[in-house]
Design a protein around this ligand. Structure first.
Ligand SMILES: Nc1nc2c(ncn2[C@@H]2O[C@H](COP(=O)(O)OP(=O)(O)OP(=O)(O)O)[C@@H](O)[C@H]2O)c(=O)[nH]1
Ligand SMILES: [Mg+2]
Length: 205
């Protein structure tokens, strides 16, 4: 696979600041520190495109990264980080939910869940909202390198059971930014979602 051409476009803190362009977007959402920025970097084979940190709450704005001049990767602020002031947490939540439920360019919401842990109530609430609003999504387990294959399979089975009835769920897969496990699978999923989005757009045009 060729190394994708990717750049940083802009960082926004309010939904009104999002550009109104014809490009489909693929967003990474999930609990703070789950590995969104790391997986984004691994996907496009760049080390420091999106800032990562061992301290939760690193990404505080919506960051847009155009890929191959065709579509845009979106890194979202994390939710559920207790040490961020309550008012700011609420602002992040409104920004992230507003983006995920209303953004018309959104082709796929990747909901990242730490492979080592049970999904949190915030994760479950997000999956439910996406399903209710018919927003196409996938559940992506992160940090798969940190657990044994058996435990990883158990987690995959658990999540697959959880979303079994969800018509908006495209896939559940395991990834690692460290070992690049699941990278090819994630690319295939994104291509598929972009195709679905384009087909839908041309049908409604
Ligand atoms: N072992 C392992 N660690 C990872 C992996 N992905 C991310 N991490 C670590 O997890 C921590 C958080 O990663 P980030 O990518 O900054 O997480 P984030 O979800 O963007 O966090 P916020 O921007 O704060 O919401 C960092 O210390 C990363 O090195 C992985 O696949 N394997
Ligand atoms: Mg981040």
């Amino acid at each position: 696979m060729h190394t994708p051409r990717v750049a940083f476009l802009r960082s926004v803190v309010r939904l009104e600041e999002l550009p109104d362009y014809p490009f489909p977007e693929v967003a990474f959402a999930g609990r703070s520190n789950v590995g969104k920025s790391s997986l984004l970097n691994a996907l496009v084979l760049q080390r420091r495109l999106a800032r990562t940190s061992a301290t939760p709450g690193q990404t505080r704005s919506i960051n847009l990264y155009p890929v191959n001049g065709e579509w845009v990767l979106v890194d979202l602020p994390g939710y559920g980080y207790a040490r961020v002031a309550r008012q700011q947490r609420e602002e992040f939540r409104r920004l992230v939910m507003g983006y995920l439920l209303e953004r018309k360019q959104l082709a796929l919401a990747c909901v990242l869940v730490d492979a080592r842990r049970d999904p949190t109530n915030d994760d479950l609430a997000l999956l439910e909202e996406l399903e209710l609003h018919h927003r196409r999504f996938a559940v992506i387990l992160t940090k798969a390198d940190t657990i044994a294959p058996v435990a990883l399979q158990e987690r995959l089975d658990q999540i697959r059971g959880l979303v079994e009835q969800c018509t908006a769920c495209m896939d559940v897969l395991a990834t690692s930014a460290r070992t690049k496990l699941g990278r090819t699978h994630l690319w295939a999923l994104i291509r598929n979602a972009l195709d679905c989005y384009r087909t839908q757009q041309s049908a409604s045009a």
